[in-house]
Structures are given as structure tokens and as C-alpha cells.
Design a protein around this ligand. Structure first.
Ligand code: SF4
Ligand code: SF4
Length: 193
């Protein structure tokens, strides 16, 4: 994958007219008004003509009935991957725990009778997580990934945001899109070499 480096202009020279911010204020009002009237016109047509959602081009969703499909690179709540055999893929190596900047992961590992390692407890404090994705980057087993969970994570009780292993586990099939993305992006390819 080719990586494009874009130079960002810092501190461009502004004219006196630009420094008055009037053009930018007018431009912002023009864009907001354009979206407002566009949405109004499209919604009016929909109600008048009984058109379906697919025929609309408005910029908003009827949340929570309609939910956005997040881009595959989106970093939502980290989750643990449950393999096809029904077991967690995590081997309790502790790399994610060590790499997590706000120290929100804690793991206790053990060995099964066949010698496989697994976490007896895996706790992730969602109130501390900064959604950086480092746990996903360092995991050698594709056992933790950033999911598309973004909605209704807030609560008045911090204890509810302490996710244990059972609350973190998600079937591998439901994370297929993210796993394919990780295998194909440039950074991950370097990791698997
Ligand atoms: S996303 Fe970042 S902050 Fe959250 S658990 Fe992973 S490493 Fe820690
Ligand atoms: S999730 Fe991955 S990095 Fe973290 S302990 Fe399990 S295997 Fe190791």
C-alpha cells in the first residue's frame, strides 16, 4: 500500500479581509444553510411522495432505529476474539497489558491440561480506555481487536464499564471485516513478516 505524505501548511499568511473572519463566517453559514434546505427539501419530498430511505440523500440518521456503518478502520471498543472452537484466542502473554498506555487491562493467566495458555480472568476498564488500538497492534494472536462498538457505552456507574472476559468475547465471524483489514494493512503486514 502506497503511503502518501501530505505537508500541512502551518501559519499561512492571511489578508486583512481574511483576518476579519467575515468570509469564513459567511462560508460556514452558507454550508449550514445549504444542508438545512437540502434536508428539508428531501424530507418534504419523502413525506409528500412516500419515498423510502434509500431514495433520500439527507445527512442525518433516525438513530437509534438507524445506525451508521462505521469505516473498517474505525476504532471502537476493544473486544476479545472467540475462535471457531468456542475458546478465546488469547494466550495470556501479557503484551497488551504492558502496551496499554492508561494501564486499563489486567490479566491472570493459567495453563490447560494440554499445556495451552489462556486467561482465567481478563479485565478491561472501559472508563480508562483511550481507544488507541495498541493492544490490537501488539497482540501476536489476533486475539484482541478494535470493534465497531461505539454506541451506548456511557453509563453513570463506572463499575459497569469494567468489562470482564465474558463481556469482552465476540465470535471471530462477527469480526471478520476488521481481521481482514488488519491482515491487509501495511503496518500489520510488516508485523506478520
Ligand atoms: S485501545 Fe489502547 S487504551 Fe484501550 S485497552 Fe487497548 S491499548 Fe489500552
Ligand atoms: S490479547 Fe493478545 S496480547 Fe493480550 S494477552 Fe492475549 S494474546 Fe497476549
Amino acid at each position: 500500500m502506497a503511503i502518501t505524505i501530505k505537508k500541512i501548511e502551518r501559519g499561512p499568511k492571511l489578508t486583512l479581509w481574511e483576518r476579519s473572519f467575515v468570509p469564513e463566517i459567511l462560508r460556514g453559514m452558507w454550508i449550514t444553510s445549504r444542508h438545512f434546505f437540502h434536508n428539508m427539501k428531501t424530507l418534504t419530498q419523502e413525506f409528500a411522495l412516500g419515498g423510502g430511505r434509500s431514495k433520500r440523500s439527507i445527512m442525518t440518521l433516525y438513530y437509534p432505529e438507524e445506525r451508521p456503518v462505521t469505516p473498517v478502520a474505525y476504532r471502537g471498543r476493544p473486544v476479545l476474539v472467540r475462535g471457531a472452537n468456542g475458546l478465546e484466542k488469547c494466550v495470556a502473554c501479557g503484551l497488551c497489558e504492558a502496551a496499554c498506555p492508561p494501564h486499563c487491562i489486567s490479566i491472570v493467566g493459567a495453563e490447560r491440561d494440554n499445556g495451552d495458555r489462556y486467561p482465567t480472568t481478563y479485565t478491561l476498564d472501559g472508563a480508562k480506555c483511550i481507544f488507541c488500538g495498541r493492544c490490537e497492534e501488539v497482540c501476536p494472536k489476533e486475539a484482541i481487536v478494535m470493534s465497531d462498538d461505539w454506541a451506548e457505552l456511557c453509563t453513570y456507574d463506572r463499575g459497569e464499564m469494567l468489562y470482564d472476559k465474558e463481556r469482552l468475547l465476540r465470535p471471530e465471524a462477527s469480526l471478520a471485516r476488521r481481521l481482514a483489514f488488519l491482515r491487509n494493512n501495511a503496518f500489520s503486514k510488516a508485523r506478520y513478516q
